[in-house]
Design a protein around this ligand. Structure first.
Ligand code: IPE
Ligand code: IPE
Ligand code: MG
Length: 244
């Protein structure tokens, strides 16, 4: 789908994507799974620039889950190095286009120190950028995010009856991040797999058969087109935002 076919007055502010199907993409070509991850880089960059052109203000992608540590050590190592290289290779371009890059996830001992350092450098470099916030969910789990929020709330000694939805939101990894209106998952998998559990309560979900390495901005625009055809009610009767 072309950008010109979309209703520019109804663009989602925040789009989140589960980038799935890299392994199958490679296997279908008789290649090692890791080649599929490598091929995902072009898909990611085209999607970032496509989102930027469309005026999407927040883009969040699922790059590595808290469950992905279960994979073979070689694949995990590849993914750590891959994300490291991606940051180094692309951050100047992202910075030049005024994109703020940030990471959502646990910065624990399992993430190599070199990668953590790169994450911090990239966040610092792009901190004041304003065109779009591009979040990489990395060593991210929706349940882990809620556990971390609860730990923080308990540590602060907040009395039980003072805990409400706002308290929880304030303790998420990025309290300023609006909920995604649209969540896309590629590769014909119809589940959430621990992505943004709190944030997607009222997100429109769009599933596509396209494997992540084949995904391009046109696929993003098609998903936004589908989103624009949906009727969002938030439990009420009209298409109105619950916060608004
Ligand atoms: C998504 O592709 C990338 C990550 C989970 C890191 P997969 O590696 O899950 O690919 P499939 O689902 O096995 O095809
Ligand atoms: C979700 O995909 C995580 C990422 C895309 C990073 P998975 O491929 O890990 O999810 P499952 O195992 O199919 O649920
Ligand atoms: Mg998968």
């Amino acid at each position: 789908m072309e950008l010109s076919a979309l209703d520019r007055s109804r663009m989602p502010v925040h789009v989140a994507i589960v980038m799935d199907g890299n392994g199958r993409w490679a296997q279908r070509r008789g290649l090692p799974r890791t080649d599929g991850h490598a091929a995902g880089e072009e898909a990611l960059l085209d999607t970032v620039w496509g989102a930027l052109d469309a005026g999407v203000r927040w883009l969040t992608v699922y790059a590595f889950s808290t469950e992905n540590w279960k994979r073979p050590v070689d694949e995990v190592r590849f993914l750590m190095n891959f994300n490291d290289r991606l940051l180094v290779g692309r951050r100047d371009e992202l910075h030049a286009k005024n994109v703020k890059v940030q990471f959502l996830g646990r910065r624990d001992w399992r993430v190599p120190r070199r990668v953590l350092r790169r994450i911090e450098e990239t966040e610092r470099l792009t901190a004041d950028n304003t065109a779009m916030t591009f979040s990489m969910a990395f060593n991210y789990g929706g349940r882990a995010e809620l556990v971390d929020a609860v730990r923080e709330i308990v540590r602060e000694g907040v009395p039980a009856d003072k805990v409400d939805e706002k308290t929880i939101r304030r303790h998420l990894y990025d309290p300023s991040m609006p909920d995604p209106e649209l969540v896309i998952r590629t590769s014909a998998e119809y589940r959430i797999s621990n992505f943004l559990l709190w944030e997607l309560a009222y997100s429109e979900l769009v599933f596509t058969d396209v494997l992540w390495p084949d995904f391009r901005r046109g696929d993003l625009y098609s998903a936004i087109g589908e989103f624009q055809r949906r009727d969002r009610r938030f439990g009420g009767l009209t298409d109105a935002d619950p916060a608004g």
